[in-house]
Ligand binder design. Sequence first.
Ligand code: NAD
Ligand code: UDP
Length: 309
Amino acid sequence: MRILITGGAGFLGSNLAELLIARGDSVIVIDDLSTGRKQNLQGVVANENFTFVEADVCEPYYFEVDQIYNLACPASPPYYQRDPIKTTMTCVLGMKHALDLAQQTGATVLQASTSEVYGDPARHPQNESYRGNVNPIGPRSCYDEGKRVAESLCFDYQRHHGTKIKVARIFNTYGPKMRADDGRVISNMIVAALNSEPLTVYGDGSQTRSFCYVDDLLGGLTAVMNDTLTSGPYNVGNPDERTVLDVAEIIRQCLDGALTITHLDLPVDDPRQRCPDITRLSNETGWIPTRDFAAGLGETITYFEQKIG
Ligand code: NAD
Ligand code: UDP
């Protein structure tokens, strides 16, 4: 297979590139290196089946490929809110260009959508038929609404042009190759703990998230790409739901029980609860995440220990 990964120098994309190269595929990565790093690709860059192209997906591009994973977009709230107009444009124009390429080449394009399409959900856990509760004018909307438009574009290209599309709604994922300054909760807390600094909990920490280890997530994502499946959307994540305070406590116990926890303001529109219903993908493929939280955290801690010495 010839496979294009947009955003392939980022956390998920670089792990995916390693997986696909190991499987024997040819991989092209397009990335503007805004949040991703070439260093993430050091395990594949010398492989003859790997090509890196530094480019912005807001501009059109052309490669002969069989599959496209459209991952280009900053995923961490501090990064996607830094230049929110660019974030919306990356979601929308980046999606359009990936769909145009899929249409021209006959490739299948998989959109890396997000649990954020459900906003601050009024239904719990969230299944794919829930239409969400998104604030269209808040600081998270550049990402949430950008991703919703991207999904809409996918299904309109399918209805009007017959383009082969797949939509995966990814829930909170963590693991090696995250940035130390990424700003998401798992990396923030591990890095703080390794630096003997207080762990930051936003608000009272009673809000919940459900965390999936990256290898499990990629198993789900590649399953969605399978021709035998529908276009989705499919939730991909781990229903192992925890409060943020619980996460801080576990990380503290793993690294240093003497560390303190400091409470900071809860960001505007921070979702109160989030947990995927993964019945659809599990029933159709048998896929379920298997890595337990303590084991996944252990792998991630080892990665950051090596990275920040
Ligand atoms: P990331 O920020 O590590 O990776 C995103 C990559 O896209 C980076 O390498 C960045 O440089 C690149 N990029 C951004 N804008 C670009 C542009 N205009 N042109 C070219 N490249 C561009 O984030 P991630 O965690 O790897 O997430 C990857 C995808 O998965 C994103 O689309 C994100 O919305 C989605 N997702 C991730 C999670 C998660 O928990 N990690 C959850 C839901 C959805
Ligand atoms: N959060 C926190 N401390 C941090 C970073 C994040 O308490 O250092 C909280 C954040 O407010 C949210 C949850 O952890 O409630 C998950 O945040 P993250 O940015 O990882 O993901 P998202 O909010 O996009 O799901």
